[in-house]
Design a protein around this ligand. Structure first.
Ligand SMILES: Cc1cc2nc3c(=O)[nH]c(=O)nc-3n(C[C@H](O)[C@H](O)[C@H](O)COP(=O)(O)OP(=O)(O)OC[C@H]3O[C@@H](n4cnc5c(N)ncnc54)[C@H](O)[C@@H]3O)c2cc1C
Ligand SMILES: C=Cc1c2[nH]c(c1C)Cc1[nH]c(c(CCC(=O)O)c1C)Cc1[nH]c(c(C)c1CCC(=O)O)Cc1[nH]c(c(C)c1C=C)C2
Length: 479
């Protein structure tokens, strides 16, 4: 008879759900009795899609997933295993939402170089062409190994050291804002761009590294969607009715498989018993398990472990997250604004407004089918949240700030017909300088004390949805 192991999963965001799905699908010799503890009244964490009465999809959290790399494939494999392949909406390399990405500098939009031709000549606001900067980097550093081996530096310092202050201000800074709402001066180069640091360490030159890097071949375990994504050169995807479709399907199938999903059940404390079990103290009482997968933000986990493991707790609490105000705006006209994914605003231009996503350009399939409409999302705050925050400010204060940004930066003079503010408190973990050694110390502590515990989620090894899914699979496979 197959042995059975009880596994608790704390946190019902995508990381917790994906880990549960992986365990639920695993067959003999061990079967798993899985319980998910989720403190709120819904699963999905930051994945929050709303469909308006007119059929416009508004995302309060993630809106697209990249298919590239091992993580990208893990996400596509999950979509396939859930049978959601017909719901996928993909955008390929030729689409404007991929080739057209802008920065808003000196009060106007500047298209970032994409493709060889645009890299050959200087494009405003850059005084030198991107190709010049890359070749200069090669010429100056090829064969040398000025690595960060034992040290770390900020993303900003790295770009300034290897390229120029201009590249740090207009490329590195907005990129960090557009992927973690963070400050490039504080974020760790090694944690945010491990691949680029690897190129520097291995080849001295970033160009040489990029050219010599070998793509990881698709494996037999990959599903047909992965092959299709490669063949059709997909660059990002979403799902019909938004990213929450993924959560809804996971919830449905997990419940069907017998996974016990306890909503409104906050894990208050966790203790490790001498018989090797772990005790979860939640609003539902005490329950013990053979193993726990912690899929909640590191800081929350730190609070739960503080009495039994204060050293581990204090390390976990060092991983801070920032707050983002997301404002979705719908205008009742097809606005021929700018075509592209969106634009980012470098912090030296305007710290509080991080960027604007032109949702209707990337995924017009998520616009209303019955009424002409254009969707935008304005993302504000992040590492600069204190600069936009006002004590006792009403929702309208943030919404007006977003409407003004669309008016001033995109010239949209209309008033939106629908507005939605999602104040996403402590939503994106910041991989600041020293993040990698800190994570190593946390994992080493767990191994040294033989705690029956795995850590997954955006706090540790990748904030993108695809990374969360891959790391959840790996953790489930290691149990
Ligand atoms: C505004 C925004 C935009 C984003 N855009 C993108 C994008 O376009 N593409 C992309 O790939 N990624 C994007 N991301 C990142 C991605 O959405 C997140 O990193 C990912 O969803 C995190 O998932 P998670 O399961 O690790 O954590 P979470 O979603 O934070 O889930 C953790 C869960 O744990 C629960 N919890 C917390 N404490 C307890 C407790 N004590 N007991 C029980 N449950 C608890 C929480 O309620 C939550 O449901 C974005 C994130 C944000 C916030
Ligand atoms: C303006 C702020 C933000 C925008 N998106 C996010 C913020 C904070 C959040 C976000 N966007 C992406 C990720 C996943 C990162 C990953 O590791 O996969 C997260 C957490 C995807 C993404 N967005 C941009 C880039 C370059 C990426 C990485 C993947 C890709 O190349 O597609 C750029 C970008 N983000 C925003 C805008 C307006 C923008 C570019 C014009 C909004």
């Amino acid at each position: 008879m197959a042995a059975s192991k009880s596994v608790a999963i704390v946190g019902g965001g995508i990381s917790g759900l994906a880990a549960a799905f992986r365990l639920a699908r695993r067959t003999s010799p061990t079967s798993y009795k899985v319980t998910i503890f989720e403190s709120t009244d819904r699963a999905g964490g930051w994945i929050q899609s709303t469909v308006t009465d007119e059929g416009n999809v508004l995302e309060g959290g993630p809106r697209s997933v990249r298919p590239a790399g091992l993580s990208g494939r893990a996400a596509l494999n999950l979509v396939y295993e859930l049978g959601l392949q017909n719901s996928i909406i993909a955008v390929n390399s030729k689409h404007q939402a991929v080739s057209n990405r802008y920065i808003y500098v000196y009060n106007k939009l500047h298209k970032l170089p994409s493709g060889l031709m645009s890299m050959l000549k200087p494009i405003s606001p850059f005084s030198k062409s991107l190709m010049y900067m890359i070749l200069r980097d090669w010429w100056m550093h090829y064969g040398t190994k000025p690595s960060l081996k034992d040290s770390d530096e900020s993303v900003y310092q790295f770009f300034q050291r290897r390229f120029s202050t201009e590249m740090a201000d207009f490329l590195a800074d907005p990129f960090c804002r557009g992927t973690s709402a963070g400050d490039a001066r504080k974020l760790s180069m090694k944690a945010c761009f491990p691949q680029v640091v690897n190129y520097e360490e291995q080849y001295g030159s970033i160009l040489a590294g990029a050219l010599l890097d070998k793509a990881i071949p698709i494996s037999e375990a990959d599903c047909p969607l992965v092959y299709q994504a490669k063949k059709e050169r997909w660059r990002m995807w979403t799902l019909q009715n938004g990213m929450e479709t993924l959560v809804n399907e996971l919830f449905k199938q997990l419940t069907k498989c017998g996974v016990n999903i306890q909503l409104n059940t906050k894990c208050q404390q966790m203790s490790f018993l001498s018989d090797g079990k772990v005790m979860i103290n939640s609003s539902e009482g005490l329950q013990d398990f053979d193993h726990v997968i912690c899929a909640l933000p590191a800081k929350n986990l730190g609070a739960i472990l503080s009495s039994q493991h204060p050293t581990l707790s204090s390390k976990l609490s060092k991983i801070e997250s920032i707050t983002v105000a997301v404002v979705n705006l719908i205008y009742d006209e097809a606005i021929p604004a700018v075509n592209g994914f969106g634009h980012l605003v470098p912090s030296i231009e305007s710290p509080g407004i991080l960027g604007i996503i032109y949702d209707s350009c990337g995924f017009p399939q998520l616009d209303s089918k019955t009424k002409s409409s254009t969707r935008f999302s304005v993302l504000m705050g992040g590492a600069w949240f204190s600069q936009i925050h006002k004590e006792n400010a009403t929702d309208d204060y943030y919404i007006q700030m977003a409407v003004n940004a669309v008016r001033n930066q995109l010239g949209v003079k209309l008033e939106p017909s629908t507005v939605k503010l999602s104040m996403q408190r402590d939503c994106i973990p910041q991989y600041t300088i020293g993040h990698l050694p800190l994570v190593r110390q946390i994992f080493d502590y767990i191994a040294m004390h033989s705690l029956p515990m795995s850590l997954v989620g955006a706090s540790y090894q990748g904030i993108g949805l695809a990374d969360c899914i891959r790391n959840a699979n790996l953790a489930a496979d290691r149990i």
